[in-house]
Design a protein around this ligand. Structure first.
Ligand code: UDP
Length: 229
């Protein structure tokens, strides 16, 4: 299960979709699929709307979260298009029904698609406000029986401080779930971490845009930071 942040889709822009970036992501996913790996993807929506940010501006949080969930679907359709242009079969499944653009989320059907070599892209998060797409990625990973949750980020792993601000920040090769929670490390929100911890789902945090990284991560090669029991 590969989690792609919405932010990545915007490239260097603050908002929107950078075709170059999405094309690069699709290239890597296509290569992994051609290599025989079953790949499911959860896409975020941070390049468009985040509920928490909108609610700070005065919007009702739940309504703002629905806007966030809808923005993830736009990203899913973009990724779907770029993958299909590379000859990879895909299905988008959404947690909010919108049958003209995507299948509804049906776990057994998702597993069947994966077995047939299709990439399944999950959109609209969990379909419920007050959750994140990270939590969605953990939940969907568990429900479809994924081996690991691969979280692509802007940095090459988990550090004890922000490496973009502190040059002395130290990167962890391995962390236990509890350490992530007690140290308050910003890997994923606590709900997502707890879900992985309770079910022993390993998380790999890695630099999404580093060349060859997606492939390395899906092949189970050592990369970034591993969060596991
Ligand atoms: N969201 C939600 N429920 C979910 C998943 C997402 O309400 O199950 C909303 C929430 O407002 C969130 C937005 O969708 O801020 C976009 O998702 P997220 O912030 O996780 O995207 P990312 O940071 O990965 O780009």
């Amino acid at each position: 299960m590969l989690k792609l942040s919405g932010e990545a889709f915007a490239g260097k822009e603050p908002m929107g979709i950078d075709p170059g970036v999405v094309g690069q992501l699709a290239d890597s996913i296509a290569e992994a699929v051609r290599g025989g790996v079953q790949v499911a993807v959860v896409v975020g929506g941070g390049n468009m709307f985040r509920g928490a940010a909108l609610s700070q501006g005065g919007m009702d949080r739940a309504r703002a979260d629905y806007m966030g969930m809808l923005s993830t679907v736009i990203n899913c359709l973009a990724l779907q298009d770029f993958l299909e242009k590379r000859g990879i079969e895909t299905r988008v499944q959404t947690a909010i029904t919108m049958q003209q653009v995507a299948e509804p989320f049906l776990p057994r059907r998702a597993i069947r698609h994966l077995e047939k070599g299709r990439v399944v892209i999950f959109g609209a998060g969990l379909g419920s406000p007050f959750f994140s797409t990270d939590t969605c990625a953990a939940q969907r990973a568990l429900e479809i029986g994924a081996q690991a949750l691969l979280k692509g980020t802007q940095v090459d792993g988990v550090y004890d401080d922000d490496p973009r601000k502190n040059p002395d920040a130290v990167r962890f090769d391995h962390l236990e779930y509890g350490e992530v929670l007690t140290r308050g490390l910003g890997v994923m929100d606590a709900t997502a971490i707890s879900l992985c911890m309770d079910n022993g789902l390993p998380i790999v945090v890695f630099d999404l845009m580093g060349e060859g990284n997606i492939l390395r991560a899906v092949r189970g090669e050592k990369i970034g930071t591993l969060v596991s029991p």
